[in-house]
Design a protein around this ligand. Sequence first.
Ligand code: AKG
Ligand code: FE2
Length: 369
Amino acid sequence: MSGYRRQGNRGGFDSRNKLSNAGPRMEWKPKGKVDVSLESASCSQNDKSSNMLITEESAAKDVVCGVDDLKLASVSGNDDDNSQKVKQFGDKSQNEDVNGRLSHTGFDICQKGVSSVIKLKPPLHKINRDIRNQNKQSMKGKNIIFLRPGMVLMKGYISFDDQVSIVKTCRDLGISAGGFYQPGYSSGTKLHLKMFCLGKNWDPESSKYTEFRPFDKSKPQEIPEKFQGIVKKAIQDSNEFIQGGNRSSDEGRLIPTMSPDICIVNFYNKSGRLGLHQDKDESETSLRKELPVVSFSLGDSAEFLYGETRSIDEAEKVILESGDVLIFGGKSRLIYHGVTSICPDTAPTLLIEATDMSPGRLNLTFRKF
Ligand SMILES: O=C(O)CCC(=O)C(=O)O
Ligand SMILES: [Fe+2]
């Protein structure tokens, strides 16, 4: 998540800077229809396309739905207000939990108190979707999609247990000092997400990485070892996939290995989004080596766009689901990318049950400065 405002040159990257007029991460204004690159790329809540694993009849008695959703929607639907001026760029005044309580520290991505409310059975389409996703999990490591040179999508790569542990860890870090806040610019414009950083702080206003977060002087915590391990393994596995077991294949197609020292953690609520941008605020060395950005998706799915230019019309689209890992390095290191929308009510039921995660999507992007 860098480079949203940068118009300037980083020096020594002339060929790349042809692509470098990334705008701020702001309002998403689709101009037209967007190409769909994968058959599965649609943000549909009621997936009627595949065989039902549990029939309507057999489940009819069990399915009672909607009350939890309604209750949560009524308290979590506060859209970000762009017109509101903020005195400090990191606006913590919006750090309410889903029950509208103000927290003294960071925004809480988990639903406090909801687990004590009577739980209703999830609707049929959700049960079946979860079963299908569990089946995908058993394909772990095999379901890798080559999107373009340097860019791969690893479907369902993160195990269920790891997803639970990542959500819980981010929740704890997010409510601590230096945790989630809603970033914005001095103009008053705010991003449509909550964010915090690990390792180093990335500041949207200056597009710079610093040791301390400017608005509250907090120092980002370290990236947990467990996260580091998943990142390294994902790069290794994607290279094995690219090589296809053939050691003699072109080295240039491989994704450079990387030990991240920065992780940007984003939480999108149901109206969250992120404009097309390039990640290019990392060091010259990191960009020259084309070290990859590795992205984890958890919770609700997202419509993710990527392309050679900043044009939405020319962009490709994929759906990022809970457990997916997306890698863009090598020739795709400076790809434009962004999130057009969050697909409501698509998070795995079991993940919600295990974590009490609020409706929305958690995204972690790892980079090397
Ligand atoms: O949420 C995502 O999938 C992308 C996030 C991103 O591009 C960033 O943090 O720079
Ligand atoms: Fe980004």
